[in-house]
Design a binder for this molecule. Structure first.
Ligand code: GTP
Ligand code: MG
Length: 323
């Protein structure tokens, strides 16, 4: 007897009214799961698929039956969940203090800044720190890294682990890295993170960089809406993982140094409101002298804005020593 499929096992091809050609057009436009269809507008769907708005509305209605749109929770349940929030050390006491004790679980923290500002270094340090025991500011957990720019360097992990007194081989074993080849691949990898972590716990997920593929693939004003829609979906996948797994999500973002392409403030992070509204904490990194970096907390819901200076060296991210 064939087993009945559970809701998550249905794909958009299972929806009534979605033939092969329509499914392909939907996927091309980014509507490749029940959730994106469930929240789509009939007009938008009609436009990308060429089917009538009435037929599009029927597809949307069907998708809503399968989509995991989430549930209401009582304030009490939310309070209980928030009691579980933990903080991951950055390696710098000054930066931890600026963040109210470290990077929070159940939230997304974004580090943005220009090339060479130290974003990838901070991500490596966080990965090492997360594997460390709780009394050293870690979570004693495995780590997921979505590497979009091929900048993960195990050699750096070894250096940083050695400095912190951790076993480099054990540390490397707990860091799981996936290369994301394009934005859709990146989105998919994030969606699979929950499956990936069935065998082990990963209470830190890193996306370095959050926006580089989106930026490269969706150039110019014409494709901005589509880019923002996909980025929004990706951010919500990450946020969901952070709450379900009580995990820290750390992402990097470049600044829009090419105003001809990204329109506006050259020191503004890519992704605009979508990233800004979903990231709970935003830290702006700037280069300074002699391996120092200035970290500025921007837009936090409950912490004052402020700046601290950290040191990047072979040992990783540390406080500046005032010798
Ligand atoms: P993009 O990804 O290009 O936007 O830059 P990023 O912000 O990720 O910069 P990244 O973290 O790669 O920073 C690179 C910089 O970190 C280098 O220019 C060095 O200044 C510093 N750095 C990296 N590794 C070491 C190291 O082993 N020792 C020291 N002293 N500095 C290092
Ligand atoms: Mg980088």
């Amino acid at each position: 007897m064939a087993e009945k499929k559970v809701a998550e096992e249905y794909t958009i091809d299972d929806l009534p009214g979605v033939g092969e050609a329509t499914a392909e057009k939907l996927r091309e436009a980014g509507y490749d799961n029940m959730m994106t269809l469930a929240v789509a507008s009939p007009r938008d769907l009609a436009e990308v698929t060429g089917i009538g708005e009435g037929a599009a509305a029927k597809i949307i209605a069907a998708a809503r039956k399968y989509a995991d749109v989430g549930n209401f929770e009582t304030g009490e349940q939310i309070l209980e969940r928030r009691k579980e929030i933990q903080k991951l050390t950055t390696g710098s006491k000054a930066l931890d203090d600026l963040l109210g004790g470290g990077l929070e679980t159940q939230a997304i923290t974004e580090f943005y800044g220009e090339f060479g500002s130290g974003k990838t270094q901070v991500m490596h340090q966080l990965a090492v720190n997360a594997t460390m025991p709780k009394d050293k500011g870690g979570f004693d957990t495995d780590v997921l890294i979505l590497d979009t720019e091929n900048t993960f360097r195990p050699e750096r992990i070894v250096q940083m682990a050695n400095f912190r007194g951790a076993d480099p081989d054990e540390t490397l074993k707990r860091i799981h890295v996936a290369r994301a080849y394009n934005s859709h691949h990146q989105i998919l990898l994030a969606e699979k993170a929950a499956d990936e972590t069935k065998e082990y716990q990963a209470r830190l997920m890193i996306v370095d960089s959050l926006t580089s593929h989106f930026r490269a693939e969706y150039m110019g004003r014409g494709s901005l809406a589509e880019r923002q829609q996909l980025l929004n979906r990706h951010m919500h996948t990450l946020l969901k993982y952070s709450t379900v797994s009580n995990a820290v999500i750390a992402v990097t973002n470049q600044v829009s140094a090419r105003p001809d392409v990204f329109f506006g403030d050259p020191t503004a992070p890519i992704g605009g409101n979508i990233v800004g509204h979903t990231a709970t904490f935003r830290v702006y990194l700037r280069k300074s002298k002699a391996g120092k970096r200035i970290a500025r907390l921007v837009d936090s819901p409950h912490l004052p804005e402020g700046e601290v200076v950290v040191q990047i060296s072979e040992d990783g991210i540390c406080d500046v020593q005032n010798a």
